[in-house]
Write a protein that binds this ligand. Structure first.
Ligand code: CO
Length: 141
């Protein structure tokens, strides 16, 4: 399929993993020697996020629901703990959203919201990505 994107437009930012609690979810990573989990609450997604930095620029993002209406609560109920989404960093999220919409991809919201690390984020529906929930993120300065 032809694309108006260049393959260098996207950088792996993090992998989001649904966990019952950060305490339970972090045990495996701490066992691997990961240290200094950075914790942040993200009200827009009703989650508490725990971030581990990898040796390259990518991160592991553990997602603990803070409310039963959180998308992560629903995910845990249906599928149990596991990989929830993959996040790509882009330079210009608005331009990327326009290009995606023009190519027929389905976005979960019309406008980006503020996610973890004060980034602007939007999700692409797994129906249009071959079954993977994709988060796009732009650093919000
Ligand atoms: Co994420």
């Amino acid at each position: 399929m032809d694309s108006i994107f260049k393959n260098r437009d996207f950088k792996l930012d993090h992998i989001g993993i649904a966990v019952e609690t950060l305490e339970m979810g972090k045990a495996f990573y701490e066992g691997l020697g990961f240290k200094n989990m950075y914790i942040e609450e993200v009200p827009s997604e009703k989650v508490r996020v725990g971030m581990f930095e990898l040796l390259n620029e990518a991160r592991i993002e553990l997602l603990e629901p803070t409310h039963e209406t959180s998308p992560i609560s629903k995910f845990l109920k249906n599928r149990g703990p596991g990989i929830h989404h993959i996040c790509f960093k882009v330079e210009d999220i608005q331009a990327t959203m326009k290009k995606l919409t023009a190519q027929g991809y389905q976005l979960l919201s019309q406008n980006p919201v503020v996610g973890a690390h004060n980034c602007l984020v939007v999700f692409v529906h797994p129906k249009s990505t071959g079954g993977v929930l994709i988060e796009l993120s732009q650093t919000n300065n």
